[in-house]
Design a protein around this ligand. Structure first.
Ligand SMILES: *Cc1c(COP(=O)(O)O)cnc(C)c1O
Length: 397
């Protein structure tokens, strides 16, 4: 065996010194709750909301406790009610159908195509077949679909689009930021996403009344005037009485550590993409390895990479996992029968009605996934790509 990678696939970078100082200042102030403000103080959460709104190029931004809470709040604020059908990708992570189930909705899964994007023909068929009026579009693993065509299909059918941008914070389609296509967008600031507060999330929208409903849902009590990027007070006229308080507010400590990270995000996107291109070109040209197409219209954030090993049987895929693991390379496989770590398939989501997705199953059966933390060097990435080639060749010469 040629080599072995000895680094960690789950080690994030330390937070910038500025974030540590801001955190200490919040701790010394004792004012950790977002509405606990000194006279004249705007507070870290309100400042972060305004900065994220401006960076995203939206009208309103609400900071919440997690990406999953952002999705639940966005679904309810969009009007999803008990028993409503909500379309979503079959290839996504458990918190996505989980959020639909949590608000009483009925997930209707859309097939995934060979580029890991939702199959837009199946989407059109399932809109007609299910009568669903909502699509929770998960830009899973950062792969943006043809957003113009998707919006055409949904607009023509009167389907409200809620974007799950947990993997596309900073990505663009034809120059437009992911999250600015649908009626409302959800982001995560959980440790493994693009900015890190442990847990956290955002809801962004251009719809003032939706923003007001989301704000009341997040648990603002009647203190919504203290928000940093919320709508005019008039927009709250209905929401203040109609929306239940779900207590999902972001706190000052998390906001304080996110602000310096947001300021560094563009630079970090360039760093991620440099690592991604090294792994991608290192895997290219291997007869067994199929890379995932990246359309020219897409500006992605390469914080993870996926590839397929078409033609390999389940036993061989398992052997590739083991051979890569023996070389210190931690791959995830979406074809496993049982959910492992963060990875699962629609067949293990027993909280919803089982659905037949033969196209998605065929793709996930040989689909592999790997994280690219910014603690990897360029040399690490070149080594890892070589080790993956070796592992695949060992199993399937
Ligand atoms: C992480 C993730 C979420 C949920 O975000 P949390 O902040 O962990 O709740 C939603 N969708 C996708 C695709 C994710 O990867």
């Amino acid at each position: 065996m040629a080599g072995r990678f000895t680094g960690s696939f789950t080690q994030q970078e330390a937070l910038p010194a500025e974030a540590v100082e801001a955190a200490v200042a919040v701790l010394q102030s004792g004012r950790l709750h977002r509405y606990n403000l000194a006279p004249g103080e705007r507070g870290e959460v309100a400042l972060l909301e305004a900065e994220y709104r401006d960076w995203q190029g939206s009208d309103y931004c609400l900071a919440v406790t997690s990406g999953g809470q952002a999705i639940q709040i966005a679904l309810r604020a969009s009007g999803v009610a008990e028993g409503d059908a909500v379309l979503t990708n079959a290839f996504t992570l458990a918190p996505v159908p989980g959020a639909i189930a949590a608000v009483g909705g009925r997930p209707v899964l859309v097939e995934t195509d060979i580029t890991l994007r939702p199959d837009l023909n199946d989407l059109a068929d399932k809109i007609t077949g299910s009568g669903a009026q909502y699509l929770l579009l998960s830009h899973m693993r950062g792969h943006l679909c043809d957003m113009e065509r998707l919006m055409q299909i949904c607009d023509a059918a009167g389907v409200t689009v809620i974007e799950d941008c947990a993997h596309t914070m900073g990505a663009k389609w034809n120059g437009i930021r992911s999250g600015n296509f649908g009626r409302v967008a959800c982001f995560s600031t959980q440790t493994y996403k693009h900015i890190n507060s442990g847990e956290g999330g955002f809801v962004t929208t251009r719809d003032a009344e939706l923003a007001a409903r989301a704000t009341i849902l997040s648990g603002s009590y009647m203190l919504y005037a203290r928000h940093g990027a919320g709508p005019e007070q008039g927009a709250f006229a209905g929401a203040r009485y109609d929306m239940p308080n779900c207590s999902a507010r972001m706190d000052a400590l998390r906001a304080a550590i996110l602000r310096p990270q947001l300021a560094r995000l563009e630079g970090n996107i360039r760093r991620w993409n440099a690592l991604y291109r090294i792994v991608e070109s290192g895997l290219a040209g291997h007869a067994r390895i199929a890379l995932i197409d990246r359309p020219g219209a897409e500006s992605y954030v390469g914080s993870s990479i996926q590839f397929r090993l078409p033609g390999l049987a389940a036993g061989q895929c398992r052997a590739v996992l083991a051979a890569a693991g023996a070389r210190g390379v931690e791959l995830k496989w979406f074809g496993a029968g049982e959910p492992v770590g963060f990875t699962s398939s629609h067949e293990s989501w027993h909280f919803m009605a089982a659905q037949a997705l033969p196209g998605t199953d065929r793709i996930m059966a040989t689909l592999f996934d790997m994280r690219l933390p910014l603690t990897f060097s360029r040399a690490d990435c070149a080594l890892i790509a070589g080790l993956i080639r070796e592992a695949v060749s060992e199993v399937a010469p």
